[in-house]
Design a protein around this ligand. Sequence first.
Ligand SMILES: C[S@@+](CC[C@H](N)C(=O)[O-])C[C@H]1O[C@@H](n2cnc3c(N)ncnc32)[C@H](O)[C@@H]1O
Ligand SMILES: [Zn+2]
Length: 283
Amino acid sequence: MPVSLPPALELSLDLLCCPTCRTRRLQPDRGALRCLVGHTFDIARHGYASLLTGTRATSGDDSAMVKARDRFLSTGAYAPIRKVGARLTAGAVSEPATVVDVGCGTGYYLAGVLDQLPGARGLGLDTSVRALRSAARAHDRAAAVAWDIFRPFPLADGVADVVLNVFAPRNPAEFHRVLRPTGRLIVVRPTVRHLAELRGRLPAMVAIDPAKEQRLHRALDPFFEPAVTEWVEYPAPLTGLDALDLVAMTPSARHLSRADLTDDGFLPDQVTVSVLATAYRPR
Ligand SMILES: C[S@@+](CC[C@H](N)C(=O)[O-])C[C@H]1O[C@@H](n2cnc3c(N)ncnc32)[C@H](O)[C@@H]1O
Ligand SMILES: [Zn+2]
């Protein structure tokens, strides 16, 4: 039996364009989306639209990472980050707003934004099939679409009021193209202090390059200027399982054995959470 059109996808269908021929308006057609020319894309039974066909994306979280992220986020340890994302978004838009979360993962931050904006609709893009399954269920008004950030987005020009980008890769030119001139890009990224206690003990864990801020600025500068920045930093207590999930949700987990990690006293029982969240105005 064909998959019916998920309500959140129906709500956001007018934002999409065909990734193959770029024509606007994808129409639902027996469990798929079809453009006027006839290019067809499946709607997965898990509720997301598979617009990413052909060559596989070069990056994206695997199933173990997504499960760990889902469990860790459900502890509430990153709730203050979710709040700041929602606050910056709510301060930037008037309803009804369209929020596109690029590299949405499980949809945790997008759902936080939509909770604050009862009239808004959201759409999350990610390459990870496992993440998209969660994202498609994250909120009644959040659609999920399989897409690679490094390719031109399957979205029409100027349709988004907010582009959200939390701990994820970036494509500044595409962020700019899909935003309305009055829209905002909201970027959340770690500072060098983020999870420092964990990084100190796990050399395989990817370090945060101090030059990263400069690189971010250089990459965004041709398209955006910063409007507001909030710095969020706090200690987060961790159970042993939380600490394991925090490691498992990063690519460094591939280099570590569970036996290494479960050695008594190896993992910290508290970490510093430290992020910057900036709202940027398009130039
Ligand atoms: C660190 S996670 C952050 C996820 C989510 N924003 C959050 O903070 O919970 C990075 C996300 O970017 C996605 N990602 C990585 N490379 C990507 C790409 N080329 N295109 C789309 N998504 C990508 C991963 O699958 C993952 O969900
Ligand atoms: Zn087409």
